[in-house]
Design a protein around this ligand. Structure first.
Ligand SMILES: [Zn+2]
Length: 364
């Protein structure tokens, strides 16, 4: 007789309808199932269905909790009706009676997507190694050193600045990374070549970037020494104008591009947003100038404005830095050495980092 009782008890436990638990944040259904029997939780035609191997007494239960509307049992099939946006987690536990196990279904509202705080935009620095390809820029021959070319110095310095900035987690884009200019290779007209080349570089100073630094090497009719940094504007003195004509392509090409840039600069200066951007450019120029002068041990020749074509389209802080004079007996020779170029690169990078740390770049 006790044997029969145990059997009945088992049957009652194993084949009863699920037990319902209402909890803060979730609704739980617990099924007591015969040990060794299988279950499957499937989605069928948009309905959530629990398939069992053992039949349960028919039932149609309205739960009405925040997570579960109800469920319906028809033999071995249990149709579950969670509310929209509710997730179901299924797991098994040891049975409370011998020969059974518990299948637990937890209905829980999917957590609301947490609005992620947007990360501060990662700075993107554009470095423009001046000249390249058929355009060597300034050149000078020292006895025993061969021909020094501006285009080689600017590229080497830019690559060094890039490495330093990237080590600080800053993205760096180079306008060129090899010995080439950006003009179409088939273009033979000098004016068109220079225009296309400078325009392509200039257009990279778009609002998706943080700041733009064009790197150049100076050359003077009379030996001079030191570093200078420029932002876009009218030339305040003949020296700045001379430099603009030179960096805008030199000769007739440089003069024409300089005149065009002057006309545009006058327009730019009437625009309030552009004015604000120029103020940031001047600030960036000041930081690079000071750090570069110190790091390179070169005289600080100051920050100047000049109608430089490569800065004319900039919608972000943009400057042109002259890292020294290629034809100065001491400075020119120094620019031929990796050690001095590294010092120059460190100075420029420090200036950029100091500017970025100021947070002013967020302005666009
Ligand atoms: Zn140059």
């Amino acid at each position: 007789m006790p044997r029969v009782l145990a059997f009945l008890l088992l049957v009652t436990l194993a084949f009863a309808n699920p037990r319902l638990g209402l909890h803060e944040g979730f609704t739980r259904l617990v099924f007591d199932l015969p040990e060794g029997s299988h279950y499957r939780l499937v989605e069928r035609e948009g309905r959530l269905v629990l398939e069992l191997e053992a039949a349960l007494p028919a039932a149609d239960v309205r739960v009405g909790s925040p997570e579960l509307l109800g469920y319906k049992v028809e033999g071995k099939i249990v149709e579950l009706r969670p509310r929209p946006g509710v997730r179901v987690k299924a797991f098994v536990l040891k049975g409370t009676a011998p020969g059974t196990y518990r299948l637990v279904l937890d209905f829980q509202k999917a957590p609301l997507p947490v609005a992620k705080k947007p990360d501060p935009p990662k700075p993107v620095v554009v470095l423009d190694p001046g000249h390249g390809g058929p355009d060597p820029g300034a050149t000078h021959a020292f006895p025993g050193l061969g021909l020094l070319m501006e285009k080689r110095i600017t590229l080497d310095v830019a690559l060094r600045v890039k490495r330093i900035l990237e080590a600080k987690g800053i993205r760096v884009i180079l306008t060129r990374s090899t010995d080439t200019d950006l003009a179409p290779p088939t273009e033979s007209d000098l004016w068109k070549r220079k225009l296309a080349d400078l325009k392509k570089r200039a257009l990279m100073a778009d609002p998706k970037k943080t700041l733009f630094v064009s790197i150049h090497v100076n050359a003077a009719p009379r030996p001079a020494r030191g570093v200078e940094t420029y932002f876009l504007g009218r030339a305040a003195d003949p020296e700045a104008l001379r430099l603009a004509v030179w960096e805008n392509g030199g000769g007739a090409v440089g003069q024409r591009l300089t005149r065009e840039t002057e006309t545009l600069t006058d327009k730019v200066l009437k625009d309030l947003l552009a004015q604000a951007n120029l103020a940031f450019s001047e600030e960036l120029a000041g930081k690079i100038e000071a750090r570069l002068s110190r790091a390179a041990g070169s005289p600080d020749r100051g920050v100047h404005s000049a109608p430089l074509y490569v800065l004319r389209y900039a919608r972000i802080p943009a400057v042109l830095v002259e890292v020294g004079f290629i034809n100065h007996p001491k400075e020119g020779r120094a620019l031929a050495t990796p050690a001095h170029r590294q010092a120059v690169a460190e100075g420029i990078a420090e200036g950029i980092l100091q500017f970025l740390a100021g947070g002013a770049y967020a302005f666009k």
